[in-house]
Design a binder for this molecule. Structure first.
Ligand code: NAD
Length: 691
């Protein structure tokens, strides 16, 4: 039974009990409807309290039902809510913990609402590419006003009951309590037992705050949700709540909900949601493998990455010892962290006290002996195998037994690093992305000897510090950077064939990438890739030259930091302005090479870029570097600005069909010697999918 019915005095208590989150699946909806009918039919009952489990009123629809017949099986959530709202006896919702999505819609169908002040209230459907489908867009504006509702529904972020209670003119809650919410709801139920007619949210009018601030909020919402369909639909529906009769708004909401549910974006966003969940499991590791305790962390190197990694742990309230090789580097690193925090304070994202609290958790040192009590050490020193070897040799001497030794290397062989220690089972890669205190992705690189509990601990630590962890095997570039190299090659090939950086970037950004490849390169610094290329050219004179990129760097055009790269920048500016110098560089390259210039449609540009990712992703999957195609999707969404509403490169390939991807790649590569990945060929032949 996922609902329980009991009677105390003359009040019926209807309790939703569907662990873990009180999802409103078909059986639960039926249970609520039956319980309500029983209470209404009983001559011993005057009022009904509808409640959930402690910590969860209800987190909403049961999304595992999406796409099955059970989602639409009667009674629908809309039916249940209508039955509550039209009930002839008062219904009081008693809310504690999560009250989200369908859970909030259900509560809005009750005549009265009592909540604990810490309850989390929200309509997060946009995150799955949807709008609320059971009246949320029409009822919420009636109790919190159109503007707050627009923000909550279009942005999807929950608020605490306390925050909402403090809004002027709110009518969402009748009472807020800090203690026993059911007792408070029972009390109210007795008080209102004889009230008629019963108050219904649908009968209220929509308040609005047509101020400049509210308009700015809407504008921000629109900008932030660039490319996403659902947030704009949500705004339009909230607007409707204020201008059309309730029933009409409800019908419009239903129609939009169904369209979105059957659309491509919601399918992609639901895939992304399930992909993130799946990434937390490693198939060959025993499910309940206990994690090691991590209370103290040490970071080696206070450079770009070390500082950001330290900040991530400090932000989670974890003690950090940061070790540098010189006083100057240590001071520089600490200054950079403090300045970074200072900027957060200036932007109102951190308080001055918060800054000091974080810095107080940090122990800077030049002595490796100071990390002897650390549970986890993350090395972020120079990207050089000799440096890594000497650091890990030293770590092996000073770290306590059982400490986990991780490297943040982007490219180097974790097994070779582990081999210099006497405890390779305790070694693995924890690959953060720059800026490490901001970027969500964490590649957890499992070495050949990494023990299961070390892997499990790194994954748990990742979650604790708010990262999206994905397990990768050892290879050059792991999952993300290995694919990125192919993406960059595809961008360079387009350039060589006559497309301009602006055309390529604009196509990629229109597709939904956060930034096109050339704007991205200007932001990251063109000199980094140049240094790597020069090393390769020296090692292997046969390495094909990236003439245009090399020429750009020879002019000192390293990107934003030098005020010029693939684009020009105004001093200190970030706006990419097409550059006549680059135009000239390209023109002379094409003249010299006799390029047959042609124009490239945006579609072709995108396919060349994305299919290159897919081809390399297929190899990564085939080699077991990624555990599943969906892990690759998570890496690209969380770490590389791939549009979430397209589900990641492998999901996108599935929507296109492997045969289509393969024939596109064959066309783009012509006779340059490229061979398709065996997995892509297999799937193309069988009509199979990656996911
Ligand atoms: P960085 O040059 O900014 O910082 C490295 C720091 O390590 C310097 O401050 C240096 O003084 C210190 N250091 C060097 N040897 C040391 C030693 N033996 N003991 C203690 N400190 C030492 O480099 P970074 O960009 O922060 O990169 C660090 C690591 O992170 C590299 O392995 C790099 O490949 C990896 N990484 C970098 C990025 C990025 O975007 N920068 C992203 C992911 C991973």
């Amino acid at each position: 039974m996922s609902t329980h019915y009991s009677v105390t005095g003359r009040t019926a208590i209807l309790r939703i009990d569907n662990p873990p989150v009180n999802g409103l699946g078909h059986a639960t909806r039926k249970g609520i409807a039956q319980g309500l009918r029983r209470a209404l039919d009983s001559t011993d009952v005057d009022a009904i309290v509808l409640t959930g489990r402690e910590g969860s009123f209800s987190a909403g629809a049961d999304i595992s039902e999406f796409g099955t017949a059970r989602t639409t099986a009667a009674p629908s959530l809309g039916d249940v809510i209508a039955a509550l709202e039209d009930a002839g006896k008062p219904v009081v919702a008693a809310i504690d913990g999560t009250c989200l999505g369908g859970g909030l819609e259900l509560a809005l169908g009750a005549h009265y609402r009592v909540a604990t002040s810490s309850s989390r209230i929200g309509l997060p459907e946009v995150h799955l590419g949807l709008v609320p489908g059971a009246g949320g867009t029409q009822r919420l504006p009636r109790v919190v006003g159109a503007d707050v509702a627009a923000d909550m529904i279009s942005g999807g972020a929950p608020r605490t009951a306390r925050e909402l209670e403090d809004l002027p003119g709110q009518r969402l809650f009748d009472r807020l309590v800090d203690g026993d919410v059911i007792a408070a709801a029972m009390e109210l139920a007795v008080e209102v037992a004889a009230v008629r007619p019963l108050p219904r949210v649908r009968d209220l009018s929509v308040g609005r705050d047509d101020t400049a601030a509210a308009r700015a909020t809407h504008e921000r919402l629109r900008r932030r949700s660039r490319g996403f369909v659902a947030p704009a639909e949500a705004l339009a529906l909230v607007e409707k709540a204020g201008t059309t009769p309730f029933e009409e708004g409800l019908a419009e909401e239903r129609k939009t909900f169904l369209e979105l549910m059957n659309g491509e974006q919601s399918a992609a966003l639901r895939h992304a949601f399930f992909a993130e969940r799946a990434a937390r499991k490693v198939p060959d590791v025993r499910p309940k493998t206990p994690a090691r305790t991590v209370d103290k962390v040490a970071v080696i190197g206070a450079g770009t990455m070390g500082g950001g990694i330290a900040m991530t742990f400090l932000g989670a309230g974890i003690l950090v010892t940061i070790v540098e090789s010189s006083r100057e580097a240590l001071d520089r690193g600490l200054d950079a962290m403090r300045r970074n925090y200072q900027r957060q304070v200036e932007r109102g994202k951190l308080t001055a006290d918060g800054l000091e609290q974080r810095m107080a958790l940090l122990t800077p040192t030049l002595d490796y002996a100071d990390l002897s009590d650390s549970d986890l050490v993350i090395e972020a020193a120079f990207e050089d195998m000799d440096v890594k070897r000497s650091v890990f040799t030293r770590l092996d001497e000073v770290a306590k037994p059982g400490a986990i030794l991780a490297s943040n290397t982007s490219t180097l062989d974790i097994d070779a690093i582990a081999a210099v220690t006497g405890r390779p089972g305790d070694v693995l890669g924890m690959h953060f992305f720059s800026p490490a205190n901001v970027m969500k992705l964490l590649e957890i690189v499992r070495g050949a000897k990494t023990s299961d509990d070390v892997l499990v601990t790194a994954m748990a630590v990742g979650q604790r510090i708010g990262k999206t962890g994905v397990v990768a095997g050892v290879c050059d570039g792991f999952i993300g950077n290995r694919m990125l190299a192919r993406y960059r090659d595809a961008a360079t090939a387009l350039l060589h064939a006559g497309a301009t950086p602006a055309a390529i970037d604009s196509a990629a950004e229109h597709f939904g990438f956060a930034m096109g490849p050339f704007r991205m390169a200007d932001l990251a610094g063109n000199d980094i890739g140049w240094a790597i290329r020069k090393r390769r050219y020296a090692q292997d004179p046969g390495t094909p030259r990236e003439e245009i990129s090399d020429a750009l760097c020879e002019m000192g055009r390293f990107g934003q930091k030098t005020g010029a790269g693939w684009y020009d920048y105004a001093p200190g500016g970030r706006e990419a302005i097409p550059s006549p110098v680059v135009e000239e560089l390209l023109a002379s390259f094409h003249a010299e090479h006799g390029t047959k210039l042609r124009t490239f449609e945006a579609d072709e540009i995108v396919q060349r870029l994305v299919f290159a990712l897919v081809d390399e992703g297929a190899r990564i999957l085939d080699e077991g570097i990624a555990l599943r195609a969906s892990d690759i999707d998570v890496v690209y969404i969380a770490g590389y600005g791939f549009p979430r509403y397209r589900g990641g490169p492998m999901f996108y390939a599935d929507t296109m069909g492997a045969a289509h991807v393969l024939s596109g790649l064959r066309r783009f590569h012509g006779d340059d010697g490229w061979e398709p990945s065996p997995l892509l060929m297999r799937l193309a032949a069988e009509g199979g999918t990656f996911n």
